[in-house]
Design a protein around this ligand. Structure first.
Ligand code: MLT
Length: 248
């Protein structure tokens, strides 16, 4: 059986990540939720950038591409879109190339670039992602992005929910066992997925900034039938699978 493991921060990955493993980068609030939403709304590709300067440099080589992202949760000066999934409507991003830089999520993606495959995971694409992982015989590592170099509750919780779907197809190492138990415990304490997510530090910060709707959308289990995959060779994320297209 393949093995599933998890890290609370990309900085905890053994280097190199590869050694036969698929990586799933998780940043529930909000990068990987927004990435799935962008593809559901018809975006062509997303190039993740580690810094604002790197994003602007990439934009020079991609005329017409939209600069997107956040710092401190807000849209940076001169950018077209921030990091709210609600901004990624069909009208805004349909058939567009995007360049995305976020504080934690795009950094985590770059840190997994030596994995066999790099998927992005969120609560919204968890159903499709889990189906794909169940049928994959390769080991997988779930990489929580965290918030400002600290573990983030919502990412660890999402990892635990994914692990729950892999109980019959994968062996769990201790890191996976721990997050699986933690997710079950969180549900029994808070009652619903949205209430667990809302209890996190990052959710409270986003709610204070006026993004309560983003927190709710990011908690919608299985609402996005899209599996984004990052190809380090091209530097782009594209949908490996896209089964539904709805207006954003
Ligand atoms: C990040 O990558 O740090 C997040 O997506 C931040 C945010 O909520 O916009």
């Amino acid at each position: 059986m393949p093995r599933v493991s998890a890290v609370l921060l990309p900085d905890h990955l053994e280097q190199p990540v590869q050694s036969g493993r698929v990586a799933v980068v998780i940043d529930v609030l909000r990068a990987t939720t927004t990435i799935a939403q962008a593809f559901i709304s018809g975006a062509k590709s997303i190039t993740p950038a580690a810094s604002l300067d790197a994003a602007r440099m990439i934009a020079h080589g991609k005329p017409g591409a939209l600069l997107c992202g956040e710092r401190g949760g807000m849209k940076p000066e001169g950018f077209i879109l921030g990091n709210s999934p609600y901004e990624y409507s069909t009208e805004q991003v349909g058939d567009q190339e995007l360049i995305l830089t976020t504080t934690n999520g795009t950094r985590a993606l770059q840190m997994c670039s030596d994995a066999l495959e790099v998927y992005t995971g969120s609560i919204t694409n968890l159903d499709l992602l889990s189906e794909v992982l169940q049928a994959d015989s390769r080991d997988v590592v779930l990489v929580c992005s965290g918030t400002d170099l600290k573990p983030a509750m919502e990412d660890a919780f999402c990892a635990g929910l994914i692990i729950d779907r892999l109980l019959d197809s994968h062996d769990l190492d201790d890191s996976a066992l721990l997050l699986h138990h933690a997710a079950a415990g969180a549900i029994s304490v808070f009652g619903s997925i949205e209430d667990v997510v809302k209890s996190s530090f990052h959710a409270r910060r986003l709610i204070d900034l006026g993004f309560a709707k983003d927190v709710a959308l990011s908690s919608e289990l299985g609402s996005a039938r899209c599996l984004p995959v990052f190809d380090p060779a091209t530097g782009e994320i594209r949908p490996a699978i896209l089964q539904a297209r709805v207006d954003g």
